[in-house]
Write a new protein. Sequence first.
Length: 481
Amino acid sequence: MSGDGLSKAAIIGGGVIGGGWAARFLLNGFDVAVFDPDPEAERKIGEVIANARRSLPAVYDKPLPAEGKLSFCATLEEAVAGAIWVQESVPERLALKHETHAAISAAAGQGTIIGSSTSGFKPSELNEKGARAIVAHPFNPVYLLPLVELVGDKAICEKAAGILRSMGMYPLTVKKEIDAHIADRLLEAIWRESLWMVKDGVATTEDIDEAIRMGFGLRFAQMGLFETYRIAGGEAGMKHFMAQFGPALSWPWTKLMDVPEFNDELVELIAGQSDDQSGNKSIRELERERDDNLVGILRALKVSDNAAGKVVSAHEADLVVSGERDGLPVTLSRQVPPSWTDYNGHMNETFYLEAGSKATDGFMELIGADAAYIAGGLSYFTVESHVRYLNEVHEGDRLTATSQLLSGQGKKMHLFHRLFRGDGELAATVETLLLHTDLNARRTCIPEGEVAEKLAMFERQHADMPKDGAGCFVGERPGTR
Ligand SMILES: NC(=O)C1=CN([C@@H]2O[C@H](COP(=O)(O)OP(=O)(O)OC[C@H]3O[C@@H](n4cnc5c(N)ncnc54)[C@H](O)[C@@H]3O)[C@@H](O)[C@H]2O)C=CC1
Ligand SMILES: C[N+](C)(C)CC(=O)CC(=O)[O-]
């Protein structure tokens, strides 16, 4: 669907959320046309997309599709023309939503998906004047967080879900329409209690943020509420948890429904404390801090194959590394994430080896030693590696690796990876020796069938190619022996 240069998304309203949607579509290969009357929209969206470019590709170990084309339109009709998805993200005012959806429904093709980012309105409210929108409620930052709550016509929601999955998102179809859908209903409860506690001097905005991020906030990214509370019931599980904490439903714990009056005094109090807490940083700086942490969390969840990490893995499985360079197969192509840089302001030594290891995985796939082969009980174990650090690599650089097979005789697979920066400079070589291994017996063995044939083929193809820097001992300069 995406990445073909033929898919167009229209973004109507390009503020915080519209800008995030624009980035998500664009970085997944869609052409994006924006309509927003704000004269500053282009600058603001440009800044959001710049943050998205440094963070979203860093979640993956493979390259995202080539970026689509971004354009800004003078009219809503121009933006909508030819789009397969129109996403409305204008301010949360029902009259404005009605006016905007009337114009979108008139301009869009029959099969076009029309999504609304509304945080709280139901599809029946959005469509009460004859429009045909579904709710597609995302989470900020839209380019990194997978969740999109879908509410409305079943067939349209199903079609929308397929497109969202192709962009690494997680569509959650809400069973019945309700004000504020699922997640905002939960968030509103936390927000209400938080305002109440600041107003009554129980806690500052900072105390409340610490209470969340030092405790239950850490749990929520990986287990949510119900699994977490099941564990909190100890060996007896959920029934014991409910027996212990169920009565709290009739204690004052659940009687905290008072809401503070929303007035200037409350706004001054909250905004003042928020300025004291984080006013020394710009919103874009805070966004980058947030994004770096989210990339780290998503990458960790990918390794444990948990929660949102599964969504990332499923998307990554659809991404491809391919091509040749200097007659050798490209086995790695990826962006350097912020977490790979160290106190010297460049990519830490560890990650040169990680890149080499991923290039080995890429070469293994090429010879048929892929996930299915490993599941069948055969694999390769690394027994020796030599990294030569030749050039600095920085956050955001596009790293590419080629792999040359020096020997594929017997149990051995002797590889020479060259890591290149985006500007074409050779950044490192990683020479590595692996042995073919029976995973059940935990003993080396000779590969057979397709793997053996492909090894022989690559060995022949790569035999006469330059090998400068291969076979050096530590400290030796190539060609000085
Ligand atoms: N900010 C958030 O955390 C989230 C907001 N949402 C929802 O997304 C929608 C947009 O919210 P934000 O992006 O936060 O608001 P925003 O105020 O940042 O952006 C709204 C944008 O719409 C533009 N706009 C106003 N009238 C327009 C019109 N007639 N046609 C086209 N553009 C127009 C504005 O110039 C502005 O750039 C709302 O429905 C909101 O509930 C959803 C998820 C999270
Ligand atoms: C505060 N909010 C209701 C606009 C929040 C959302 O809709 C989702 C989010 O990103 O938190």
